[in-house]
Design a protein around this ligand. Structure first.
Ligand code: SF4
Length: 359
């Protein structure tokens, strides 16, 4: 229960934070006109991607798909192309599913209740709170890693920030202090987390509007928070990537509709790090006997996902340009594309860019 004192302390905290935000906030395109669609799009793009990268993607996306109705009605290749290079493609697929659902079930009006928003595909508690608070002024705290870092330092909380209890404590702490302008309150904390209360020794407390409340700063212990707990190691997956050429064209494989990088195009690949002879044997075994002109090793590549790493060996393979090869490619389920089609019509995830950029 709030006491008179805690309410007054909350008001002071809120005023200090919002005054700082009014003069020091980052100028970002989605803050110009924070409609629910704009906030939603920016928040989905910002999951796992840096602000500097997002800005041009955000502007281009809105240029082609200016509102929710256009986006919901768009064909897959249009919005996938606009997303190409941002990675984590399940974000855009879920965003589209959710947009269709909003048009069909909510008459095109994005819900304002975080509990309802959270039921839409791809919207977690953080994004739901961001949309509700920024677009509708609903009191809801967007809890992410940055906010948890600020919270543990302000309060000298030694809890594990991956635990539900710590997240709940952070949410309660800021909710009590969120007295007005919830959207700006959240965005102020986002800005502090992104530029001031940085991890490790990089915290710039002299610029922080919250330093007067910060127990870790008072104790000179900023670097002790958040407490570090051991992380599970990422799984390493060895892979062999085959850049298969037929004449000037390249073979692309479509990934399955479910799972990692679902539905995107990739260079054909095989699990394991194969030698040149093993690659030849693999291709012959799958029907390319008599079609291989050349196999050349390429520089190794590596791509890091959240929970796993691909350690890739690559090979450039030239196949004879013949009807038998066309039949082999078709039987393998590959699209054989020229460089213009590759650029315009096929979304290939960044994991393969090291092998595509070798021309
Ligand atoms: S005073 Fe320093 S440690 Fe505390 S919240 Fe601000 S930047 Fe973070």
């Amino acid at each position: 229960m709030e006491t008179e004192n805690s309410t007054a302390a909350g008001r002071d905290f809120s005023e200090r934070l919002l005054n700082w935000y009014d003069s020091k906030r980052r100028i970002l395109p989605w803050r110009e006109d924070p409609s629910p669609y704009h906030v939603w799009l920016s928040e989905i793009m910002l999951q796992q991607t840096r602000v500097e990268t997002v800005i041009s993607y955000y502007q281009r996306f809105l240029f082609v798909l200016p509102d929710l109705e256009h986006f919901a009605a768009a064909e897959e290749h249009v919005y996938m192309k606009l997303w190409e290079g941002l990675g984590y493609y399940s974000r855009i697929r879920n965003f589209h599913k959710a947009a269709v659902q909003v048009v069909e079930e909510y008459d095109g009006k994005v819900p304002s209740d975080p509990a309802v928003l959270k039921k839409l595909p791809g919207i977690g508690p953080y994004t739901a709170a961001a949309i509700a608070s920024i677009a509708y002024g609903v009191r809801a705290v967007s809890v992410d890693g940055n906010l948890l870092r600020i919270f543990t330092r302000l309060t000298r909380c030694g809890g594990d920030i991956r635990e539900k209890e710590t997240r709940k404590a952070a949410e309660d702490y800021f909710l009590e202090r969120m007295q007005e302008r919830p959207g700006d309150f959240n965005q102020a904390l986002m800005d502090i987390g992104a530029a001031i209360c940085l991890p490790g020794k990089a915290a710039d407390c002299s610029r922080c509007p919250l330093s007067v409340y910060c127990l870790a700063h008072e104790a000179g212990e900023e670097t002790d928070y958040p407490a570090v707990f051991q992380k599970a190691a990422r799984r390493v997956v060895p892979l062999t990537v085959l850049r298969i050429r037929i004449g000037e064209k390249l073979c692309l494989n479509r990934r399955p509709d479910q799972g990692l990088l679902a539905g995107l195009y990739e260079l054909p690949n095989v699990e394991g790090n194969l030698t040149t002879e093993e690659v030849r044997a693999y291709l012959e075994h799958t029907g390319a006997a008599g079609l291989i002109e050349q196999i050349e090793p390429l520089p190794d590549g590596k791509h890091v996902f959240t929970h796993l790493e691909w350690h890739m060996k690559g090979y450039e393979i030239r196949l004879k340009d013949s009807p038998q090869t066309a039949a082999y490619a078709a039987a393998s389920g590959w699209s054989v594309v020229d460089s213009e089609a590759l650029r315009k019509d096929f979304s290939v995830p960044a994991a393969f860019s090291a092998f595509l950029a070798l021309d």
